[in-house]
Design a protein around this ligand. Structure first.
Ligand SMILES: Cc1cc2nc3c(=O)[nH]c(=O)nc-3n(C[C@H](O)[C@H](O)[C@H](O)COP(=O)(O)OP(=O)(O)OC[C@H]3O[C@@H](n4cnc5c(N)ncnc54)[C@H](O)[C@@H]3O)c2cc1C
Length: 510
């Protein structure tokens, strides 16, 4: 039964409670685990409540017969933010977490047989585009140069601290960013900037495709988001040893060594608030007192499911949603030498594809396909002579479409496209299958409408409209994860944990 807003709350003591400040974290996604480690270092007693049986949220792991799959993220960028957590605890990251740089990071395949590989060395990358497309070398180098400037102007302002505290605007980096705002290219779209720079449809399509890594529409998203390609190309794209879920497990073990308690299969039912202050959480109908609560659950579902008796910041929560995915996880009983670890099989009409996903909320008949084969890097992920295929297409978030019908139609299109482009049979070699769609994304991770990346990054002011890392109305309530500032993807989620715990350190002095 729901409590009236200000009724006193009767608590049952947490059996593990000891004197001192304690903090509950809702969710063991990347950001929740990172926040737990950081808060434990600040001296908090931390309990992480996770609805699922395993940690990781979108970065969970599936074993389907003899095949292992990462459920969601496959590309690791900026691994230094993972290292930082081990450093903070005085441990050598290399004893627990290892990775290798990918070069090329991925290959883009087109229906006419063109293959473009994304090499790490800028000169080699420029040569590759000059050889395989009609884009010239200089345009590729110019793309990287402009992106470097964007990064220098935005990194500290947008990624390293809260955007929602006025005092953070009065400093040198912000002033520099404001004075050179033109260079950030916030008022032109990615697609427009890329078309003007490359004048080659394939090159522009490749760089536009990086918008999908944040669930954004390159025809609406500011060209600032060309930074996503830059992070991968200039700062490196990595494969985590043992797969992405191995990183999750290493961080959970680190958190446990810092004294963090994890309670799996334990869904938080309510965040308890009394007279504008967080008082604890309710799990299994029990009220457990906590001084602070950090929600790593999607901000929309935090308000709509856990804070039903509290006012909602509707302007933030009602922002358009990002896209979602259909992923086919296929065990294949043969290998495909034409494939690398990361492959993008491009749509013949990117503009129409994005229009379908973001404006019409429908699926396009010729989708771009991301095909990741982790067994190419980790042989043990599939039996010898077999491969594990992670086959992903971007789709709109869930607005009640007939997903069973759409999955059937997408499967047919995807198999036909793969057989056409790989010039090899696919269907007869699928021996195991599992499918994820927006409904399952929501069920497994509580992400509203199955949107993978929270609210959309497509608008010019999207960064400012994303939920803040703290509640303005409820003292002691904080947020971290892909649906809040600074946004989605593993490195940004790790940064959100850092921003949130830095705020806690400042605001919650004993
Ligand atoms: C298919 C796919 C591919 C992706 N590819 C990449 C990639 O290659 N590289 C990259 O960097 N990023 C990628 N991403 C994005 C990245 O995975 C996410 O941005 C990131 O993992 C989100 O982490 P998070 O901290 O926001 O938590 P989430 O992963 O969203 O986890 C939140 C957790 O909270 C739990 N929870 C929610 N409500 C409750 C409750 N009431 N009680 C208890 N627990 C609760 C959920 O069960 C879940 O475990 C991908 C995502 C997907 C789905």
């Amino acid at each position: 039964m729901d409590h009236p807003p200000h009724a006193p709350i009767a608590f049952r003591a947490d059996p593990s409670s000891r004197p001192g400040r304690n903090c509950a974290i809702v969710g063991a996604g990347f950001a929740g685990i990172a926040a737990a480690i950081r808060l434990a270092r600040l001296g908090y007693r931390v309990t992480v409540f996770e609805a699922n049986a395993m940690p990781g949220g979108k970065a969970a792991e599936w074993r389907i017969g003899p095949y292992r799959f990462d459920m969601g993220p496959t590309i690791l960028t900026m691994p230094g933010y993972v290292d930082e957590l081990f450093d903070l605890c005085g441990e050598d990251p290399r004893d627990h977490f290892n990775y290798a740089q990918l070069d090329p990071s991925s290959q883009f395949l087109f229906e006419d047989g063109t293959v473009v590989r994304m090499y790490a060395d800028p000169e080699r990358l420029a040569d590759e585009f000059a050889e395989r497309t009609t884009a010239n070398r200089a345009s590729v180098l110019e793309f990287l140069r402009r992106s470097k400037v964007k990064r220098e102007l935005t990194d500290e302002v947008f990624l390293q601290r809260s955007l929602h505290r006025i005092r953070n605007y009065f400093n040198k980096p912000t002033l520099r960013g404001v004075l050179q705002f033109r260079k950030v290219e916030a008022f032109t779209s990615m697609a427009r900037a890329n078309a003007a720079l490359f004048r080659d449809a394939k090159a522009a399509a490749i760089f536009n495709q990086y918008a999908s890594y944040h669930g954004a529409d390159p025809y609406a998203a500011p060209a600032t988001l060309n930074l996503i390609a830059y992070y991968e190309l200039a700062l490196g794209s990595f494969s985590a040893k043992g797969g992405m879920h191995a990183v999750v497990k290493a961080l959970v073990a680190l958190a446990e060594r810092q004294g963090v308690a994890f309670r799996f299969n334990t869904r938080v039912e309510r965040i308890l608030v009394e007279r504008g202050h967080v008082r604890g959480v309710q799990v299994n109908n029990e009220r457990i007192p906590f001084d602070l609560v950090v929600s790593n659950a999607d901000a929309h579902s935090t308000y709509h499911r856990l804070l039903t008796d509290q006012p909602r910041p509707n302007r933030t929560l009602d922002q358009p949603r990002s896209s979602s995915v259909i992923v086919f996880y296929w065990g294949m009983d043969r290998t495909y030498p034409a494939l690398q670890l990361n492959n993008l099989l491009m749509s013949g009409d990117g503009r129409a594809e994005y229009d379908h996903i973001f404006n019409k909320h429908r699926l396009f008949e010729d989708p771009s396909i991301y095909l990741h084969v982790s067994a190419k890097a980790h042989a043990s992920d599939a039996p010898p002579g077999h491969e594990n295929w992670f086959v992903m297409v971007s789709v709109p978030h869930n607005t009640g479409q007939d997903w069973d019908m759409l999955i059937r139609a997408t499967r047919q299109r995807v198999v036909a496209k793969l057989e056409r482009m790989l010039k090899a049979p696919v269907e007869p070699h699928i021996v195991r299958e599992h499918v994820m769609d927006p409904r399952l994304v929501e069920e497994l991770t509580s992400s509203a409408f199955g949107a993978i990346f929270g609210s959309s990054s497509s608008g010019v002011f999207a960064s400012f409209l994303r939920h803040s890392n703290f509640s303005r109305k409820i003292k002691g309530l904080y947020f971290c994860g892909g649906s809040v500032h600074p946004g989605p993807s593993i490195p940004l989620c790790l940064l959100s944990a850092k921003i949130t715990t830095d705020l806690i350190a400042k605001r919650e002095r004993k």
